[in-house]
Design a protein around this ligand. Structure first.
Ligand code: ATP
Ligand code: MG
Length: 264
């Protein structure tokens, strides 16, 4: 697209604080930020560089509970979700009353997720009180959430890519052997149409968070529910499944956005 690019390592020195001011050696019109690291992105924005996705949007997506909190009260459907009580001391005990309330609200099995996680690796299903207590004990010093298990979508979901406010393509992921449909857990990916209500909900979610690019994970419940918005969604599997050049669409969005910005 005629854009000169250069790769910068995210080693902290792309932008840092010196004499109380942001020191930044980059002179570029924009930065395509492949990391989820939030501080350098924030500093780059402070010196006026347009960062794709913005530091704030990436930060919201990185934390699954924060994503639910930001999306709530905006007409976005999500599974019922409660933040887990985080403990600072490993010997701290999760309150029995909390466990009883979770069981009363969500029943079993119940989904437990670490707020920071990828590839389905930090997503767990607990079948009974003992396994729930053991899991919470294991992860209680990290941020986590508990969520109603949506049986109707077990092992299936829809990954929708939204670029520049438009849902551009989707793939259905199906896993017969695990409730998690992630490709990394063995989920099979195939191109899928995007129902109008899902496209609308994903586009609204991207807009609320302020994302240029994202992959939205939607449970195939009736009606569909959003479980996650990924600011750094990988697109190789999506391109393979759909034949759509996701990278090119994202690049076109970046160029169209940057040409309208005042010159730095
Ligand atoms: N509440 C739920 N009910 C049923 N299945 C769920 C639920 N939450 C998650 N899943 C399944 O687990 C998978 C992984 O969950 P989620 O997308 O929240 O985390 P992740 O994939 O690890 O994060 P990332 O997409 O950032 O890598 C989902 O794709 C879905 O198949
Ligand atoms: Mg996911």
């Amino acid at each position: 697209m005629g854009v000169e690019t250069e790769t910068a390592a995210n080693d902290g020195f792309a932008a840092y604080v010196e004499d109380g001011r942001v020191k930044c050696g980059l002179t570029s019109d924009f930065v395509l930020y492949f990391d989820k690291e939030r501080i350098v992105a924030r500093l780059l924005e402070k010196v006026g560089i347009r960062v794709f996705n913005s530091a704030a949007a990436t930060e919201i997506c990185d934390d699954k509970m924060l994503t639910h909190a930001v999306l709530a009260d905006n007409g976005i459907l999500m599974p019922d979700t409660v933040a887990g009580p985080m403990c600072y001391a490993p010997e701290a005990k999760i309150d029995d009353g909390y466990i009883r309330r979770v069981v009363a609200e969500f029943g079993f099995p119940v989904v437990v997720k670490e707020c920071y996680g990828s590839f389905g690796e930090q997503v767990y299903l607990c079948d009974d009180e003992l396994s729930l207590r053991c899991k919470l004990d294991e992860i209680k010093t990290k941020p986590y959430l508990l969520q109603r298990y949506e049986q109707a979508s077990s092992g299936r979901d829809l990954r929708v890519i939204v670029i520049g406010g438009k849902a551009v393509c989707a793939m259905k992921r199906v896993n017969a052997d695990d409730f998690r449909s992630n490709a990394a857990r063995g989920g099979r990916c195939e191109a899928a149409a995007i129902p109008d209500d899902v496209a609308d909900m994903c586009e609204r979610a991207a807009k609320i968070i302020g994302l240029d690019y994202c992959g939205v994970d939607v449970l195939l419940t009736d009606p569909p529910k959003i479980i996650e918005v990924n600011s750094n969604a990988m697109f190789e599997a999506m391109e393979r499944a759909t034949g759509i050049n996701v990278a090119e669409l994202y690049a076109a969005h970046i160029v169209n956005t940057v040409v309208k910005l005042p010159r730095r």
